[in-house]
Design a protein around this ligand. Structure first.
Ligand SMILES: [Zn+2]
Length: 334
């Protein structure tokens, strides 16, 4: 008789690291490892290294029955075939079907998803959604938004992940917030996207550009080498009362309030979860409540206002826990 799986192997494959963990049914990460992607590595090297990370995780499991392997990757993925398409940080993997390859090589079922979509699943099952469940309420619709170097997101609606026709749904960072001629350019080629107004990259860029405006001076940031200014520098200066830094964060808060209100009207979530490094900065600066108020002011009805805005419970592990959740869900054991 087949044994019931005790653990799953999860992988979070980003632009810098291939990380792997072993997770149990309660979403607990029992063991973790990681390997840096070879900078400028070719397809063969990257795949070989990622596979070696998975083999180490499988070896660690010993006698524990493994249910399968879940992989979260940053970018568009065809989830039926587990094929990568033009991942911004792992472009050499374009067209590779990890599912087919690793199922044959490793002998376990392999499930692949976009990291932001899987983060939404992870938060629903083991993060903010679980907290809500403990309070006796079932989460019907959860929107996850990561505000980091870029901005991405995922939507879980009544237990189903919203994928779109080609698996490209949830690109919340690229909804237009500012359609004026002066809107900043986004890396997607458009202008005025949420990502170009509220991501870590755009916070740093806005601070650099404001330094040339005398009305913001003096500023603590003026003492920095302009290229060394990051979102972290801006948060630190704002905490010390710096007018320029605070005005940059005001802009990001405003853009997020507008963007999240759009999501509220589109999806009518009961929970909006914010993750990523910029969210951490906003939370520490006490700005999450201002975003919440901004959404409430714009929301079109009392029914839409019936939501909570929370920061990610799973933090940096959200993609990993999401990848593990995907396996449990696909096995029908979630
Ligand atoms: Zn964009």
């Amino acid at each position: 008789m087949a044994r019931i799986p005790e653990v799953v192997v999860a992988m979070d494959w980003g632009g810098t690291w291939a990380r792997a963990s072993v997770a149990d049914k309660s979403g607990e990460l029992l063991w973790n490892t990681r390997l840096a992607n070879v900078v400028g590595g070719n397809q063969e090297q990257l795949l070989e290294d990622a596979e070696s990370v998975l083999r180490r995780a499988i070896d660690w499991c010993g006698d524990r029955q493994i249910g399968g392997i879940g992989v979260a990757a940053a970018g568009p993925i065809d989830i039926e075939t587990g094929t990568f398409y033009a991942l911004p940080n792992l472009a050499v993997l374009d067209g590779v079907s990890l599912k087919e390859m690793w199922e044959a090589k490793l002998g376990y079922p392999v499930f692949i998803g976009n990291d932001a979509n899987l983060a939404a699943l992870g938060e629903l099952k083991y993060g903010a959604g679980l907290d809500t469940l403990k309070l006796g309420r079932q989460t019907r619709t959860l929107v996850y938004v990561t505000v980091s170097t870029g901005i991405g997101g995922g939507v879980m609606d009544r237990g189903q992940m919203l994928l779109g026709a080609n698996g490209m749904a949830g690109e919340v960072g690229h909804m237009t917030i500012d359609s004026s001629d002066s809107a900043p350019r986004c890396q997607c080629g458009n202008t005025g996207c949420l990502e170009s107004l509220a991501s870590g990259t755009s916070i740093a860029r806005a601070a650099r550009s404001k330094l040339s405006d005398a009305s913001f001076l003096p500023s603590l940031l003026a003492g920095h080498d302009i290229e060394s200014i990051t979102a972290e520098t801006v948060f630190a200066a704002a905490a010390q009362g710096d007018h320029l830094a605070q005005s940059v964060l005001d802009g990001a808060v405003r853009a997020l309030s507008v963007g999240l209100t759009n999501l509220l009207h589109l999806f009518n979530p009961d929970i909006i979860v914010l993750g990523g490094g910029v969210t951490k900065g906003l939370t520490e600066a006490g700005l999450l409540e201002r975003i919440n108020q901004g959404i409430l002011q714009r929301a079109m009805s009392e029914r839409h206002k019936d939501f909570s805005l929370v920061s990610s419970k799973l933090g940096d592990s959200v993609g990993m826990v999401g990848a593990a959740s995907l396996v449990w869900q696909e096995l029908g054991l979630a």
